[in-house]
Design a protein around this ligand. Structure first.
Ligand SMILES: NC(=O)c1ccc[n+]([C@@H]2O[C@H](COP(=O)([O-])OP(=O)(O)OC[C@H]3O[C@@H](n4cnc5c(N)ncnc54)[C@H](OP(=O)(O)O)[C@@H]3O)[C@@H](O)[C@H]2O)c1
Length: 371
């Protein structure tokens, strides 16, 4: 019953957090208006209605105002996440409670960024202009963005701005899923379903750094890449259904959600832990969308010995620091699929929505010619 209660709470929390996350991202000031070019303006990708990537527009807008407890970054690179198309499409619909019922309250998009600090608020003591940093910002698809100091860390010298921008959401999710939820131990067998994606490519490397035996699941074209980043075993899902195999896993990290919970259970050890973090594509909207799966877990968990859980990752300075160290020691190297420019963000999101990114999709933010 304890498990049941936990699962129920997780499920309720998911709905609440989805709305809360959306609420947190809303601007404290009035919606950003298009402005004519000047020193106080910048280029940014903005969206003023929900819909497909065509709703994203490159506009001239006001540079973010510096606040006492924040830093202002010149963005050098950003990374796309499925979260972006959830915001852009306003799905699942329950999230609109926080994001804006009829149209987005906050027209900015993007959360992962790297860049150079250009100004710090008067209460900020741990960063100074010129610092090269990466982390979570408000509106990463822009020439400038603001960040709270607790959401950024100094970029290691051995990684590029593009590599650093790839890290925050995907790598923190992989880390927290394996360490906090999966409680992965050295020598344990872990299966990563979706090993070639944004979260999966970090999960393979982080699991290896924990000393686990890693099996990655991906399609034929990604088998060599997943092996090259450290997977001990790779299953090509176009040729083999791992849920029908004889191997048993202590931890399963599922980024795809394409098998039933009972199918996953078949390949779990008696005390195995399943961590499902998402799944579903842009056309699987609905009121709850991917949140249906946690609800199924609530119904399923009381009847089985294994643990089935989900969660929404949260960025912490501590975990950004853990990842910074994994980058510095080269235990983790971001896998970058392709890089787009700021005006090409709609194309980047369109590509991500296809569901077959190979590692991370990056946006390189150059100075845009204003003449
Ligand atoms: N709960 C959280 O806090 C949280 C945080 C981040 C992300 N998420 C969710 O986690 C999911 C994954 O995120 P992501 O950033 O990794 O997405 P992504 O980069 O778009 O993932 C794409 C990858 O999925 C793989 N894939 C597609 N179908 C597959 C299948 N049938 N079997 C195995 N792999 C398959 C693709 O590999 P192939 O090309 O080889 O098919 C591709 O490499 C999303 O649903 C996202 O919303 C949740």
């Amino acid at each position: 019953m304890h498990t049941l209660l936990n699962m129920k709470l997780t499920s309720i929390a998911l709905v609440a957090i989805t709305a809360a996350v959306a609420a947190c991202s809303t601007p404290s000031s009035a919606p950003m208006l298009p402005v004519r070019g000047s020193m106080d303006t910048m280029k940014a990708i903005l969206y003023r209605e929900y819909g497909p990537p065509d709703v994203l527009r490159l506009e001239d807008t006001e540079k973010p105002q510096l606040e006492d407890d924040r830093v202002l970054l010149k963005v050098r690179a950003a990374a796309a996440n499925p979260l972006d198309w959830h915001y852009m499409r306003g799905t699942p619909y329950v999230a609109r409670i926080g994001m804006g019922l009829r149209r987005p309250k906050d027209p900015r998009l993007g959360s992962d960024a790297s860049g150079v600090v250009v100004a710090v608020g008067k209460n900020v003591t741990d960063f100074k202009p010129g610092d090269e940093v990466f982390g979570i910002v408000g509106g990463a698809y822009a020439e400038y963005a603001r960040a709270y100091p607790k959401n950024i860390v100094v970029k290691p010298a051995n990684v590029s701005f593009e590599q650093a921008a790839a890290v925050p959401v995907a790598a923190i999710t992989a880390l927290q899923a394996l360490r906090n939820r999966g409680r992965l131990q050295p020598g344990q067998k872990v299966l990563i379903n979706g090993a070639s994606g944004g979260v999966g490519t970090f999960a393979v490397q982080i699991a290896k750094s924990f000393g686990a035996e890693v099996t990655g699941v991906c399609s034929t074209r990604n088998v060599d890449m997943v092996r090259s980043i450290g997977a001990d075993h790779v299953i090509d899902y176009t040729r083999q259904n791992f849920t029908e195999g004889t191997q048993r896993y202590d931890v399963i990290l599922d980024t795809v959600g394409n098998h039933s919970l009972s199918a996953f259970r078949r390949v779990m050890t008696p005390k195995g832990i399943y961590v499902g973090i998402g799944g579903g594509g842009p056309n699987d909207g609905g009121f709850l969308g991917p949140l249906w799966r946690p609800i199924r877990m609530v119904a399923y968990s009381p009847f089985v010995r294994q643990q089935f859980g989900t969660f929404i990752s949260s960025v912490t300075k501590e975990d950004l620091t853990v990842l910074k160290e994994l980058l510095e020691t080269r235990k983790v190297t971001p896998v970058i699929d392709r890089a787009y420019t700021l005006p090409e963000v709609p194309a980047a999101i369109r590509y991500l929505e296809e569901g077959h990114a190979r590692g991370k999709v990056i946006i390189t933010v150059e100075d845009i010619d204003r003449t």
